[in-house]
Design a protein around this ligand. Structure first.
Ligand code: ATP
Length: 243
Protein backbone atom coordinates (compact mmCIF):
# COMPACT_ATOMS: atom_id res chain seq x y z
CA UNK A 1 0.00 0.00 0.00
CA UNK A 2 1.50 3.33 -1.07
CA UNK A 3 0.76 6.10 1.46
CA UNK A 4 -1.05 9.09 -0.10
CA UNK A 5 1.29 11.55 1.57
CA UNK A 6 4.37 10.00 -0.04
CA UNK A 7 6.16 12.77 -2.00
CA UNK A 8 6.38 10.48 -5.06
CA UNK A 9 2.86 9.08 -4.68
CA UNK A 10 1.80 9.54 -8.32
CA UNK A 11 4.98 8.06 -9.72
CA UNK A 12 4.82 5.07 -7.36
CA UNK A 13 1.16 4.39 -8.19
CA UNK A 14 2.00 4.51 -11.90
CA UNK A 15 4.89 2.07 -11.41
CA UNK A 16 2.67 -0.28 -9.46
CA UNK A 17 0.02 -0.10 -12.20
CA UNK A 18 2.59 -0.80 -14.94
CA UNK A 19 4.03 -3.75 -12.99
CA UNK A 20 0.49 -5.14 -12.73
CA UNK A 21 0.01 -4.62 -16.48
CA UNK A 22 3.31 -6.45 -17.09
CA UNK A 23 2.09 -9.39 -15.00
CA UNK A 24 -1.15 -9.50 -17.02
CA UNK A 25 0.75 -9.27 -20.35
CA UNK A 26 -0.44 -5.84 -21.56
CA UNK A 27 3.00 -4.32 -20.96
CA UNK A 28 6.15 -6.20 -21.93
CA UNK A 29 8.89 -6.54 -19.30
CA UNK A 30 11.08 -4.46 -21.61
CA UNK A 31 8.33 -1.79 -21.58
CA UNK A 32 9.03 -1.28 -17.87
CA UNK A 33 12.60 -0.33 -18.75
CA UNK A 34 11.36 2.14 -21.38
CA UNK A 35 9.14 3.71 -18.73
CA UNK A 36 12.17 4.14 -16.46
CA UNK A 37 14.01 6.01 -19.21
CA UNK A 38 11.00 8.27 -19.66
CA UNK A 39 10.77 8.94 -15.91
CA UNK A 40 14.38 10.08 -15.79
CA UNK A 41 13.77 12.72 -18.46
CA UNK A 42 10.49 13.77 -16.86
CA UNK A 43 12.37 14.38 -13.60
CA UNK A 44 14.45 16.97 -15.44
CA UNK A 45 11.27 18.65 -16.70
CA UNK A 46 10.00 18.89 -13.11
CA UNK A 47 7.23 16.46 -14.20
CA UNK A 48 5.30 19.25 -15.84
CA UNK A 49 4.49 20.34 -19.37
CA UNK A 50 6.79 23.04 -20.73
CA UNK A 51 5.60 25.99 -22.81
CA UNK A 52 7.25 24.53 -25.91
CA UNK A 53 5.56 21.13 -25.41
CA UNK A 54 2.25 22.97 -25.12
CA UNK A 55 2.91 24.66 -28.48
CA UNK A 56 4.00 21.35 -30.02
CA UNK A 57 0.71 19.80 -28.84
CA UNK A 58 -1.20 22.55 -30.67
CA UNK A 59 0.79 21.81 -33.82
CA UNK A 60 0.05 18.10 -33.43
CA UNK A 61 -3.65 18.94 -33.29
CA UNK A 62 -3.30 21.03 -36.45
CA UNK A 63 -1.66 18.09 -38.27
CA UNK A 64 -4.36 15.66 -37.11
CA UNK A 65 -7.20 18.04 -37.92
CA UNK A 66 -5.98 18.67 -41.47
CA UNK A 67 -5.06 15.03 -42.20
CA UNK A 68 -6.84 13.00 -44.86
CA UNK A 69 -6.36 9.71 -43.00
CA UNK A 70 -4.96 10.14 -39.45
CA UNK A 71 -4.03 7.11 -37.35
CA UNK A 72 -3.07 6.84 -33.67
CA UNK A 73 -0.66 3.94 -33.16
CA UNK A 74 -0.90 2.35 -29.69
CA UNK A 75 1.58 0.06 -27.95
CA UNK A 76 1.37 -1.70 -24.58
CA UNK A 77 2.78 1.11 -22.42
CA UNK A 78 0.48 3.70 -24.03
CA UNK A 79 -2.57 1.49 -23.54
CA UNK A 80 -1.65 0.80 -19.92
CA UNK A 81 -1.00 4.45 -19.10
CA UNK A 82 -3.46 6.33 -21.26
CA UNK A 83 -6.31 4.24 -22.75
CA UNK A 84 -8.90 6.80 -21.65
CA UNK A 85 -6.89 9.70 -23.06
CA UNK A 86 -6.50 7.83 -26.39
CA UNK A 87 -10.29 7.36 -26.56
CA UNK A 88 -10.85 11.08 -25.90
CA UNK A 89 -8.30 12.11 -28.51
CA UNK A 90 -9.90 9.78 -31.03
CA UNK A 91 -13.26 11.47 -30.45
CA UNK A 92 -11.73 14.94 -30.80
CA UNK A 93 -9.62 14.16 -33.87
CA UNK A 94 -11.57 11.49 -35.76
CA UNK A 95 -8.38 9.40 -36.09
CA UNK A 96 -8.29 5.61 -36.40
CA UNK A 97 -6.79 3.79 -33.42
CA UNK A 98 -4.54 0.85 -34.35
CA UNK A 99 -2.42 -1.38 -32.11
CA UNK A 100 1.20 -1.86 -33.16
CA UNK A 101 3.63 -3.84 -31.01
CA UNK A 102 7.32 -4.67 -30.89
CA UNK A 103 6.67 -7.77 -28.75
CA UNK A 104 3.72 -8.95 -30.79
CA UNK A 105 1.56 -12.02 -30.21
CA UNK A 106 -2.09 -12.37 -31.32
CA UNK A 107 -3.11 -12.73 -27.66
CA UNK A 108 -1.34 -9.54 -26.66
CA UNK A 109 -2.85 -7.58 -29.55
CA UNK A 110 -6.34 -8.81 -28.56
CA UNK A 111 -5.72 -7.97 -24.90
CA UNK A 112 -4.63 -4.40 -25.69
CA UNK A 113 -7.48 -3.89 -28.17
CA UNK A 114 -9.96 -4.97 -25.54
CA UNK A 115 -8.41 -2.64 -22.93
CA UNK A 116 -8.78 0.25 -25.39
CA UNK A 117 -12.38 -0.65 -26.22
CA UNK A 118 -13.24 -0.83 -22.52
CA UNK A 119 -11.88 2.72 -22.20
CA UNK A 120 -14.22 3.91 -24.97
CA UNK A 121 -11.99 3.78 -28.06
CA UNK A 122 -13.10 2.33 -31.38
CA UNK A 123 -10.22 0.11 -32.41
CA UNK A 124 -9.40 -0.59 -36.04
CA UNK A 125 -8.62 -4.28 -36.02
CA UNK A 126 -8.86 -5.84 -39.48
CA UNK A 127 -6.35 -8.29 -40.91
CA UNK A 128 -2.76 -7.19 -40.22
CA UNK A 129 -0.02 -7.82 -42.77
CA UNK A 130 3.76 -7.50 -42.69
CA UNK A 131 3.76 -4.28 -44.70
CA UNK A 132 6.48 -2.03 -43.29
CA UNK A 133 10.12 -2.59 -44.31
CA UNK A 134 11.31 -3.59 -40.82
CA UNK A 135 12.89 -6.84 -39.64
CA UNK A 136 10.93 -6.83 -36.36
CA UNK A 137 7.25 -7.21 -35.58
CA UNK A 138 6.42 -3.53 -35.70
CA UNK A 139 6.30 -4.22 -39.46
CA UNK A 140 2.80 -5.66 -38.95
CA UNK A 141 0.02 -3.20 -39.67
CA UNK A 142 -3.28 -2.87 -41.51
CA UNK A 143 -3.37 -1.84 -45.15
CA UNK A 144 -6.42 0.40 -44.60
CA UNK A 145 -4.97 1.75 -41.35
CA UNK A 146 -1.42 2.82 -40.69
CA UNK A 147 -0.10 1.71 -44.09
CA UNK A 148 -2.21 4.23 -46.01
CA UNK A 149 -2.30 6.92 -43.29
CA UNK A 150 -0.93 10.37 -44.13
CA UNK A 151 -0.47 11.42 -40.48
CA UNK A 152 0.47 8.95 -37.73
CA UNK A 153 0.63 9.79 -34.02
CA UNK A 154 3.13 7.48 -32.34
CA UNK A 155 3.30 7.85 -28.57
CA UNK A 156 6.35 6.05 -27.15
CA UNK A 157 7.78 4.92 -30.46
CA UNK A 158 11.01 3.24 -31.45
CA UNK A 159 13.25 5.10 -33.85
CA UNK A 160 13.32 2.41 -36.57
CA UNK A 161 9.63 2.49 -37.29
CA UNK A 162 9.45 6.26 -36.99
CA UNK A 163 12.16 6.51 -39.69
CA UNK A 164 10.34 4.03 -41.92
CA UNK A 165 7.05 5.92 -41.59
CA UNK A 166 8.59 9.29 -42.43
CA UNK A 167 10.51 7.59 -45.29
CA UNK A 168 7.11 6.52 -46.68
CA UNK A 169 6.16 10.21 -46.86
CA UNK A 170 3.91 10.23 -43.80
CA UNK A 171 3.88 13.01 -41.24
CA UNK A 172 4.81 11.43 -37.91
CA UNK A 173 3.95 13.00 -34.57
CA UNK A 174 5.92 11.50 -31.66
CA UNK A 175 5.36 11.90 -27.94
CA UNK A 176 8.69 11.17 -26.31
CA UNK A 177 10.23 12.47 -23.10
CA UNK A 178 13.71 11.91 -24.51
CA UNK A 179 14.61 14.76 -26.88
CA UNK A 180 17.79 12.86 -27.86
CA UNK A 181 16.08 9.68 -29.05
CA UNK A 182 16.15 8.61 -32.68
CA UNK A 183 12.36 8.86 -32.63
CA UNK A 184 12.41 12.46 -31.42
CA UNK A 185 14.94 13.42 -34.09
CA UNK A 186 13.29 11.51 -36.94
CA UNK A 187 9.67 12.51 -36.37
CA UNK A 188 8.06 15.37 -38.27
CA UNK A 189 7.01 16.77 -34.89
CA UNK A 190 7.95 15.66 -31.38
CA UNK A 191 6.09 16.61 -28.24
CA UNK A 192 8.63 16.25 -25.45
CA UNK A 193 6.17 15.55 -22.65
CA UNK A 194 4.69 12.72 -20.64
CA UNK A 195 2.06 10.84 -22.64
CA UNK A 196 -0.83 11.27 -20.18
CA UNK A 197 -0.21 15.03 -20.06
CA UNK A 198 0.30 15.47 -23.82
CA UNK A 199 -2.73 13.57 -25.14
CA UNK A 200 -5.42 15.74 -23.44
CA UNK A 201 -3.65 18.89 -24.67
CA UNK A 202 -3.77 17.64 -28.26
CA UNK A 203 -7.45 16.70 -27.85
CA UNK A 204 -8.31 20.11 -26.43
CA UNK A 205 -6.65 21.89 -29.37
CA UNK A 206 -8.35 19.56 -31.88
CA UNK A 207 -11.69 20.95 -30.76
CA UNK A 208 -10.66 24.62 -30.49
CA UNK A 209 -8.36 25.37 -33.47
CA UNK A 210 -9.79 27.14 -36.52
CA UNK A 211 -8.73 26.11 -40.06
CA UNK A 212 -6.70 29.31 -40.39
CA UNK A 213 -4.87 28.62 -37.13
CA UNK A 214 -4.11 25.05 -38.30
CA UNK A 215 -2.61 26.39 -41.52
CA UNK A 216 -0.43 28.98 -39.71
CA UNK A 217 0.78 26.45 -37.14
CA UNK A 218 1.80 23.90 -39.79
CA UNK A 219 3.62 26.59 -41.79
CA UNK A 220 5.73 27.38 -38.69
CA UNK A 221 6.60 23.76 -37.82
CA UNK A 222 10.26 23.36 -36.81
CA UNK A 223 10.94 20.13 -34.94
CA UNK A 224 14.61 20.89 -34.23
CA UNK A 225 13.59 24.12 -32.49
CA UNK A 226 11.22 22.16 -30.22
CA UNK A 227 13.97 19.64 -29.40
CA UNK A 228 16.43 22.43 -28.60
CA UNK A 229 13.89 24.11 -26.32
CA UNK A 230 13.24 20.81 -24.53
CA UNK A 231 16.96 20.26 -24.03
CA UNK A 232 17.35 23.81 -22.69
CA UNK A 233 14.44 23.23 -20.31
CA UNK A 234 16.07 20.04 -19.02
CA UNK A 235 19.46 21.69 -18.65
CA UNK A 236 17.83 24.41 -16.55
CA UNK A 237 16.13 21.70 -14.46
CA UNK A 238 19.48 20.04 -13.88
CA UNK A 239 21.25 23.28 -12.99
CA UNK A 240 18.57 24.37 -10.50
CA UNK A 241 18.61 20.94 -8.84
CA UNK A 242 22.30 21.50 -8.03
CA UNK A 243 21.86 25.10 -6.76
P1 ATP B 1 14.84 5.37 -30.05
O1 ATP B 1 14.89 4.14 -30.92
O2 ATP B 1 13.86 6.37 -30.55
O3 ATP B 1 16.19 6.00 -29.73
P2 ATP B 1 14.64 4.14 -27.45
O4 ATP B 1 15.22 2.83 -27.84
O5 ATP B 1 15.41 5.05 -26.58
O6 ATP B 1 14.14 4.91 -28.72
P3 ATP B 1 12.23 2.89 -26.56
O7 ATP B 1 12.54 2.05 -25.40
O8 ATP B 1 11.90 2.25 -27.85
O9 ATP B 1 13.31 4.01 -26.67
O10 ATP B 1 10.98 3.85 -26.27
C1 ATP B 1 10.77 4.47 -25.13
C2 ATP B 1 10.84 5.97 -25.30
O11 ATP B 1 9.65 6.49 -24.77
C3 ATP B 1 12.01 6.54 -24.52
O12 ATP B 1 12.68 7.51 -25.28
C4 ATP B 1 11.36 7.18 -23.29
O13 ATP B 1 12.01 8.38 -22.95
C5 ATP B 1 9.96 7.47 -23.78
N1 ATP B 1 8.93 7.34 -22.73
C6 ATP B 1 8.78 6.34 -21.82
N2 ATP B 1 7.70 6.53 -21.04
C7 ATP B 1 7.14 7.69 -21.47
C8 ATP B 1 5.97 8.41 -21.10
N3 ATP B 1 5.16 7.98 -20.11
N4 ATP B 1 5.68 9.54 -21.77
C9 ATP B 1 6.46 9.98 -22.79
N5 ATP B 1 7.59 9.34 -23.19
C10 ATP B 1 7.92 8.20 -22.55
Amino acid sequence: MIPRDHPRYRSLVTREHLAECARSGVVSWEGLISHGRGEAFDYLLGEKTSGSARRAARMAAALLRTARHPVISVNGNTAALAAKEIALLQKASGALVEVNLFHRTPERVAQIESLLRNAGAEVFSGEAERLLPLSHDRAWCRREGMYTADVVLVPLEDGDRCGVLTGMGKKVIAIDLNPLSRTARTATLTIVDEVTRALPLIAESCTSLTSGECRDLIAALDNRAFLREAQDEMTRGFTHALD
